[in-house]
Design a protein around this ligand. Structure first.
Ligand code: HEM
Length: 492
């Protein structure tokens, strides 16, 4: 039986109910680009009743998608263990999706996510086996150092005795919308159909992306709304009795139960360390190799080919000749302009993570399929940039730096895990032979390959090191505001 399709070319149009943005946490609508400092607090529930009391007091002040926070922003999310520790009953816990129940570090998931070798969860700083169990993630966003310290102090005072921090806060800092390898990030995002206004991005200067490439049904990110299959994105449910449950909408697929997931979403959080020194050295070496073969690419061109965009964010498809500067636009596909990959290599990071309409047989179907695997990215860098020679401690090559990769999706397996496993880490993606994502893929110790199609002959770069290592991670449920209130009222 043919599956219903989304509102893309060739698909049918879905009308979506009004989006209740006041009940969604702010992370759904923004990456907090106006608040450059962030602290990620990993906590355990120290006392369930006190934790529920704390949650009841903070829930009304949690940032929502309906309003932009003028002061600081706050995000509250829970792991499966955290929901159990709060007192959610077994029947409700059993309705959470399997990846949330099992967590990110089962052997099966590690295989799917490519977490082996140096990314083995046994080596992780947090979230891995042998590290304290995470229950709650709090993210504080603030405009400057003074505010972040003040907010941190206030929040800690508020949860004292209820939550206990299990690791030092992780510090994220925006660096003008550029990640540590030197490329503009956070440019191409899915836009939810029916959204009341445009999503603010890390780089608001970017022109609004055209709907053709971006629009997905809201249920791709927010639970309770139609997804790309025109079915309500099903989240966890709870028994229907009690006043707290009455505030949640009924779950039509589970008669007698209420939808705890309504206006919530699922959050992927992975701390990805970036080896910037190795990246820069590789660009120089690969450039020298191409020169020696008589088909030179500059180090900047090698990097751009790996990412699929120039450092400014400009697309290689639109600007094959060089970086025009300025914020990148998103108005491009691959089928008509670059089916061969002469401009943007078939294995480039952006082409793998969102192949758009690249399939030769049916660009329209390819676009529909690509849209079924979108994630809403909400990450930001951590650590200071690599500066040579360093001007302050933390800028040296040996200091750790990377990306706090956060993304939202309604289906871990169909969205985040699919992108990571079937596109980024797939050695045979798009007909390639034994090469994974050149930027973020788990390269073999001996180095991987990267094909740069060109005429009359392609360039094949070898010895590509692993530049990105996973050092922590967990899956979370990011409830809507009413669901936070429900959780706070458990046991009442
Ligand atoms: C340290 C690790 C990573 C770095 C440095 C990185 C960097 C980038 C850059 C520079 C872009 C282009 C700008 C933009 O469209 O935002 C991009 C796009 C993207 N990345 Fe990553 N990325 C990383 C990891 C990941 C991971 C783990 C995933 C998913 C599993 C991912 C998914 C995406 C997606 C979906 C896009 C947008 C592609 C498009 O729609 O054209 N990235 N990334």
């Amino acid at each position: 039986m043919a599956r219903p399709t989304l509102n893309g070319p060739g698909g049918r149009s879905t009308s979506v109910p009004p989006l209740d943005t006041a009940d969604m946490q702010g992370l759904v609508s923004r990456a907090y680009g106006h608040l450059p400092l962030a602290r990620y607090l990993l906590c355990e529930v120290a006392d369930a009743a006190a934790a529920r009391g704390w949650l009841g007091s903070v829930a009304p002040g949690v940032s929502t998608a309906a309003r932009r926070d003028e002061g600081c922003g706050l995000v509250v999310a829970f792991t499966y263990a955290g929901l159990a520790a709060l007192g959610l009953d077994h029947d409700a816990l059993a309705t959470f999706p399997r990846p949330l129940q099992e967590g990110m570090v089962t052997p099966h998931r590690s295989r799917i996510l490519g977490d082996d070798g140096p990314s083995d969860p046994a080596l992780w700083r947090w979230g891995g086996p042998g590290t304290p169990v995470i229950h709650v993630l709090l993210v504080i966003y603030a405009p400057d150092e003074a505010e972040v310290e003040r907010e941190l102090g206030d929040r800690r005072a508020a949860f004292a005795g209820a939550l206990a921090e299990i690791a030092p806060p992780i510090e994220g800092i925006l660096q003008g919308g550029v990640e540590h390898f030197g490329f503009a990030d956070g440019l191409s995002q899915p836009v939810l159909k029916g959204w009341p206004r445009r999503t603010a991005s890390v780089r608001p200067a970017a022109p609004p992306p055209p709907m053709k490439w971006e629009e997905v049904n809201p249920g791709e990110v927010v639970l309770g709304y139609p997804d790309n299959y025109d079915k309500p994105a099903q989240g966890p449910t709870v028994g229907g009795k009690g006043t707290a449950a009455a505030a949640l909408p009924p779950a039509p697929w589970a008669p007698g139960r209420r939808h705890l997931g309504q206006n919530g979403t699922f959050l992927v959080f992975r701390q990805l360390a970036q080896d910037v020194g190795a990246f820069r050295r590789h660009l120089d070496e690969a450039s020298a190799t191409t020169a020696a073969r008589g088909t030179p690419l500059s180090p900047q061109e090698v990097g751009a080919k790996m990412v699929g965009r120039w450092p400014s964010g400009a697309s290689l498809v639109m600007f094959p000749g060089g970086d025009p500067g300025g914020a990148g636009t998103n108005d491009f596909g691959y089928h008509e302009q670059d089916q061969t990959g002469f401009r943007c290599p078939l294995g480039a990071h952006v082409r793998r993570s969102n192949p758009r309409d690249s399939s030769a047989e049916s660009p329209a179907k390819s676009l529909i399929s690509s849209k079924n695997h979108r994630v809403l990215r909400r990450g930001r860098p951590y650590g200071l940039p690599l500066v040579d020679p360093p001007t302050q401690p933390g800028e040296e090559e040996s200091a750790e730096r990377g990306l706090l990769f956060l993304c939202l999706n309604s289906d871990f397996e169909r969205q985040f895990e699919f992108v990571q496993h079937t596109w980024l880490d797939n050695g045979f993606f798009a007909g390639l032979c034994n090469e994974v994502d050149p930027l973020v893929g788990p390269q073999p110790e001996s180095g991987g390959g990267f094909t740069v199609p060109d005429t009359p002959v392609r360039r094949r770069l070898t010895g590509v090191p692993r530049f990105v290592t996973t050092v922590g991670g967990a899956y979370f449920f990011l409830p809507g505001i009413r669901a936070l209130e429900y959780l706070a009222a458990l046991g009442a």
